[in-house]
Design a protein around this ligand. Structure first.
Ligand SMILES: O=C(O)c1cc(=O)[nH]c(=O)n1[C@@H]1O[C@H](COP(=O)(O)O)[C@@H](O)[C@H]1O
Length: 240
């Protein structure tokens, strides 16, 4: 295990969603590991596997392994333990996998002690709105459904949830400050929403009390990704 010990204070998690490893690393090599953490998701992990995570660790970055595990409890428990073996800083599952699945995932991390990654659960994807939930038989609002899944996640002893920044204020009130909120669907003013639906600007998310904000395309697809990241960090510092 080669987990970097950055102890960084930045709330920004850059979603490293590139199909090209060289382009991804060219960006990574231009930024400081103290300025953000990196999220490796399904695209890059499928293309480049665990070696990519090791390469990022070697460069001093902490990594959120975003594979959103959702399977039978035994399979998810082993997958989460494999992520811990890789030394990642954070790993996630889908809360809709249910209480037994989330509990199995948490128990799989016991033996890692203080080296265990943060374990969080996805509530309602930020790309989903009420009509999408309705299609799959859920008739409550995204906010109500996210709150229900977040409560279940906390009861199972996980560290926090992935949700929309729109839900942050209510979830912090209901579940307490220590329960970590990770919010994708972050769009600096004027940037394209793309497939995201429940969005907020970085500053609004910070003011709503989120712990970590995931930002992908507004940074990675900008003409100068490292300058865009710096501008976002500066706007957050001004607002703090
Ligand atoms: O778990 C996630 O990170 C996640 C959950 C969610 O509800 N919505 C969501 O967008 N994500 C991830 O966050 C990133 C958002 O990227 P951008 O939309 O490009 O900023 C992507 O890598 C998604 O896979």
């Amino acid at each position: 295990m080669s987990q970097p010990q950055n102890l960084i204070d930045s709330p920004v998690l850059v979603a490293l969603d590139y199909a090209d490893r060289d382009r991804a690393l060219a960006f990574v090599d231009r930024i400081d590991p103290r300025s953000c953490r990196l999220k490796v998701g399904k695209e890059m992990f499928t293309l480049f596997g665990p070696q990519l995570v090791r390469d990022l660790h070697q460069r001093g970055f902490e990594v959120f392994l975003d594979l959103k595990f959702h399977d039978i409890p035994n399979t998810v428990a082993h997958a989460v333990a494999a992520a811990a073996d890789l030394g990642v800083w954070m790993v996630n599952v889908h809360a809709s996998g249910g209480a037994r699945m989330m509990t199995a995932a948490r128990e799989a991390l016991h033996s890692f002690g203080a080296q265990a990654p943060l374990l969080i659960a996805v509530t309602v994807l930020t790309s989903m709105e009420a009509a999408d939930l309705h299609d799959i038989g859920i008739t409550t609002t995204p906010a109500e459904h996210a709150a229900r899944l977040a409560r279940l996640t906390q009861q199972c002893g996980l560290d926090g949830v992935v949700c929309s920044a729109h839900e942050a204020i209510t979830l912090k009130q209901q579940l307490g400050q220590a329960f970590q909120l990770v919010t994708p669907g972050i769009r600096p003013a004027g940037s394209d929403a793309g497939d995201q639906r429940r969005i907020m600007t970085p500053l609004q998310a910070q003011q709503a009390g989120v712990d970590y904000m995931v930002i992908g395309r507004p940074i990675t697809q900008s003409a100068d990704p490292s300058a865009t990241l710096q501008a976002i960090l500066a706007s957050l510092q001004e607002g703090a």
